[in-house]
Design a binder for this molecule. Sequence first.
Ligand SMILES: Nc1ncnc2c1ncn2[C@@H]1O[C@H](COP(=O)(O)OP(=O)(O)OP(=O)(O)O)[C@@H](O)[C@H]1O
Length: 278
Amino acid sequence: MTAQTQIGTSAVAGADARSAAGILAGAANKMDAKQVKVYYGAKQALKGIDLAIPERQVTALIGPSGCGKSTFLRCLNRMNDTIGIARIEGLITLDGQDIYDREIDPVQLRARVGMVFQKPNPFPKSIYDNVSYGPRIHGLASRREEMDEIVARSLQRAGLWNEVKDRLKEPGTGLSGGQQQRLCIARAIAVSPEVILMDEPCSALDPIATAHVEELIDELRENYTIVIVTHNMQQAARVSQRTAFFHLGDMVEVGDTEEIFTNPRDERTQGYITGRYG
Ligand SMILES: Nc1ncnc2c1ncn2[C@@H]1O[C@H](COP(=O)(O)OP(=O)(O)OP(=O)(O)O)[C@@H](O)[C@H]1O
């Protein structure tokens, strides 16, 4: 990252920086973004985002279409590296370590910072193979029984085990949309990530499947740090403890979700959450 030296090591910042970022006392920051700017060619999509991601909480990113939420999310596990014209400046740390450091292998990083996409995207493989794929390439199981154990545990954690335990050899693509999304969550969990990024994970799901995934997100935060992009304000209010409001490439404000929804400081946030625009 080019701007790293100017910015210095912020890492898991001290109490002052933490309170400046609005983080509750006592909650450690799992990730920290300082002055993150993203350009797609000549177009600037993020204008210098400062945002701390507290550990074992759900942080929701909200804001009107095109404001840069997905771009920011993709910075957190270097998915933007795969977009040729994307250029990133600033500093992002995971447990205090610069994730854009030359020493960091993006594949290993993405095992620690997993991602669930908007449209469920199971591989054209069996349910079992969908979940075992990551552990296999990362060498997490040496024997078949160990892999069976990882697959079962991941599907249980994703709330899907009871529905699929008798059909693990069937294709993942044969499941319903909501089940496919939980399969993708199981696949993300299988490599034991520390952070899970979710980009509008319920937008392709019906209300019942959405409720299922929301319950799951609530359970997962016991063990994982979660960042979710959502257009659904009720969803942000239901599942997250922290909410950050993005607007035209800026992060306008961040705070406790309840505070953001009941007492926003900035009139742009207020306009958005009351439906005046977006
Ligand atoms: N791959 C890309 N190439 C060029 N421009 C892009 C690319 N991805 C995003 N952008 C642009 O960057 C800006 C931010 O897009 P981004 O998808 O991050 O916004 P968003 O807030 O997630 O939007 P939405 O809610 O509609 O998904 C937009 O102007 C978008 O057109």
